[in-house]
Design a protein. Sequence first.
Length: 318
Amino acid sequence: MKVIVVLGPGGVGKTTISAAIAVKLSKKAKTALITVDPAKRLKSALSIDIDEIKEVRKNLWATQVDKFKEFSDFAQKYGISEISKTKLFKIAADMLPSEEYASFLKIIEIYEMGFDYIVVDTPPSLKFISFVSAPEKILSLFETDVIRYFLEIASRAGKRFSGPIGIAGRILGADFVVEFANFLANLKSIFSQMREVSEKAQKILKGENTVFIGVASPYDRKIEELLEIIKEAEKLDINITQIIINRYLDFSDDGIPINSPEGVVKLHQELVNFSSKAREQVKTLQLKGFKVFLVEELFKDIVSIPVLEEFSEKIEFI
């Protein structure tokens, strides 16, 4: 099995590229496409409901992550389903790295279903770094001072507050503090299962069959933004060697009709200058050692599988 993780800034067509890669791979092997991007653009690209994993064409399954559903199912599985019904569930899910944790629950579930390829569309920009560092955060979750603080409250089982705990009770309300502390205590009761998921996630991310592909476009400093993401990823020992430049335009000085209106000449020259700058950026990436693949502008919206299939023919990667 091979896992392909697609990353990049927002607004560069990352989800569409992920979907196109999955379509291309599905022509030769059983492939799953997962989007972790909360923007849910994958549903638009495929024009179908993919809240649950489903086969969208021959050999291709797709799904998107719903953090509350994944967390609720996890709680149900390990016998603490009552916490998912509390008012604190959503609050805690927002405070903890739950988006990422839910993503890995889904990825591991699909990883164990026997696909030949899994393509993961990750959150944009530096949220990708939060995504790939989430397993380590989960492993140290109950070692932080704040979490220890609330677990101490839970261990007191309703005894009179004193010191800092008393202050928290006065600020937040004693009932809320105790309820939140008990909520965390319930979470800790399944920490061994959370640790197991995190360790599996780390193994997948760092596995020799996992490939990371960066996506950018030549507009609005998106290539520079991608390089910043790659720089941060390197600190986590994540090696990104392939880059796809989407919406690439290649103009030369030749080809403009004689006697064209001045506005057309000016626009053409701007496009020539833009294209020249993009070529220089690509050359710079290549000199840095990246394998760079160019995807020309399609000039149409991708809102169906047939159009996506047409677009996938333009995609190259290793």
